[in-house]
Structure formats: structure tokens, C-alpha cells
Design a binder for this molecule. Structure first.
Ligand SMILES: [Zn+2]
Length: 277
């Protein structure tokens, strides 16, 4: 697989213990170092209580993400121009998700503004829903502009009919997803570095029409001012890949939040032509 362990945030004593456990454990790797509370996805530390845990925007914000995608206004939106390049990945299990960090070089351009792809990560199940229907997983590609503004491209992942069914927009299992999922560190605090080149463009759906709204981070501190672009066409993944992810995280999805007075737009057709792959 070409991955190697590069660094461990956990003490070896704990790692030794964790190695003997089943996957699916969630350890507060990053919180242990920071001042944040130990937020999670279930029970007392779950999404309904994040506001009480020192993250007021999660409860009081009126522009929160995710949302249910429903009744979008059909408008003319600029296509997203994807200029993604293959790059080696650094894979981090931060206890809340598995994050794939990229070196600078991949960008999107929307309305003349450029955002650099910093990382992508997964949620299981999906965070955005479509007319009340959830998907098994969701991929978030997180981009940052020079002025610090964030743009997240969300891709809903749908399960193939059978374990061995074809996936994605090809006839075989999406080889990029296969490679990405082959490097999931099961333990929080674990960082892997892959020497393989991963092309993030291969994770995109063929149709580049998208839904757009102004939202937030979907994890504490739930900061607002995030530009969301949720692709209308889901990408299909195999049941085997789903089970593999679920063995590491069986639930890391915030439920949909009220739209309040925001607008949801749908458009951007023609983006595939500008995709550059
Ligand atoms: Zn996310």
C-alpha cells in the first residue's frame, strides 16, 4: 500500500493498549492538547449539546450546516472550475474524522475567486440530506482562499447495489477511493503518509451541477461564513468500502440544521467541461 507510520501523537503506552482493541474506538487525540471540550456524536457530548459545551455558535447560529437540500432556487451559477493535481497524502485520524491533508497545488475557482484545496475528509452517514433522505456517507473537500474564506465542496456517497457492483463513473471500483480507503488509520492520533499520488479530481462526480448556500463548519466551533457547494450527483461507492469506513467511524455526522432565512441555489451546469480531467 506504500503507507508508513510517520508520527504518533499518542504515548506508546496507550498505543500498545489501543492496538489490542477493535477498531472504532474514538480517542480524544487533539482535545487532549487543546482547551476544547470532548465533543462527539452521541449522547451528552453529541451535536444537540455542542452549544452548551463551549461552542455557542453551534446552538445560536442562524447559518449552520449541514442542511436538508430541498426547494432550491434554479439560478445561473458560475461553474466551479476544478484545477486539481495528483499529490501524496498525509492521512490523520483526529478522533472526529479521518482527514487527508494535501500539499498546496490543487485549487477551485468560483466567480473569479481562487480557493486552495487543503484537505478532504469523510462523514458517515451523510450530513446533508436531499428532501429528507440521507446517504451512507459524505465527502468534504475543504478549500481556503488567501483571505481565509472557506469553500467546501460536498459530495454525497451512495452505496452500490451489491458488494462487488461497479461504482463511480467508471466500470470498476473507483481506484482512487479504493486507494484512499486503503489508508484509514483506525486509531485517533495516528498519522500516515502515503507515497502514492492521489488525484482528488477522480473523487468528483461527472456532472458538476451543484447546490450553493452560506453555512458553517459542521463540527465545533461551528464557525459561520463557509461557502457550501454540494454536488447534485452522488458518487457511488462499494458496500465493502462503506463497511471499511464504518469499522473506523460508525457515526460522525451532524444532523441537518434549520435553513432559517437563507437561500439555497441550484445551478452550475457546464462545470464538467471546465473540470480539466
Ligand atoms: Zn466535514
Amino acid at each position: 500500500m506504500g503507507t508508513k507510520v510517520r508520527g504518533l501523537a499518542l504515548p506508546m503506552l496507550f498505543l500498545g493498549g489501543a492496538l489490542g482493541l477493535q477498531s472504532g474506538i474514538v480517542v480524544a487525540g487533539e482535545e487532549a492538547k487543546g482547551s476544547g471540550a470532548h465533543w462527539g456524536y452521541e449522547g451528552e457530548t453529541g451535536p444537540a449539546n455542542w452549544g452548551k459545551m463551549g461552542f455557542p455558535a453551534c446552538a445560536e447560529g442562524k447559518n449552520q450546516s449541514p442542511i436538508d437540500i430541498n426547494a432550491a432556487a434554479e439560478v445561473t451559477l458560475d461553474p466551479i472550475r476544478f484545477d486539481y493535481k495528483p499529490a501524496p497524502l498525509q492521512v490523520v485520524n483526529n478522533g472526529h474524522t479521518i482527514q487527508f491533508n494535501l500539499p498546496p497545488g490543487s485549487t477551485i475557482t468560483i466567480g473569479g475567486k481562487s480557493f486552495t484545496l487543503a484537505q478532504f475528509h469523510f462523514h458517515g452517514g451523510s450530513e446533508h440530506t436531499v428532501k429528507g433522505k440521507g446517504f451512507p456517507m459524505e465527502l468534504h473537500l475543504v478549500h481556503k482562499a488567501e483571505d481565509g474564506e472557506l469553500a467546501v465542496v460536498g459530495i454525497l456517497l451512495a452505496a452500490a447495489e451489491s458488494e462487488s457492483a461497479p461504482v463511480g463513473h467508471g466500470a470498476a471500483a473507483n481506484p482512487t477511493l479504493e486507494r484512499v480507503f486503503g489508508a484509514l488509520p483506525a486509531m485517533a492520533g495516528l498519522t500516515l503518509t502515503s507515497d502514492q499520488q492521489i488525484d482528488p479530481a477522480a473523487l468528483l462526480p461527472h456532472d458538476r451541477a451543484y447546490f450553493h448556500y452560506k453555512g458553517s463548519l459542521t463540527t465545533p466551533p461551528c464557525s459561520e461564513g463557509v461557502n457550501w457547494f454540494v454536488m447534485g450527483e452522488p458518487v457511488t461507492i462499494t458496500r465493502k468500502q462503506l463497511l471499511h469506513y464504518a469499522s473506523v467511524f460508525d457515526n460522525n455526522a451532524r444532523p441537518p440544521q434549520p435553513l432559517h432565512s437563507r437561500n439555497l441555489y441550484h445551478g452550475g451546469k457546464g462545470g464538467a467541461a471546465a473540470a480539466g480531467h
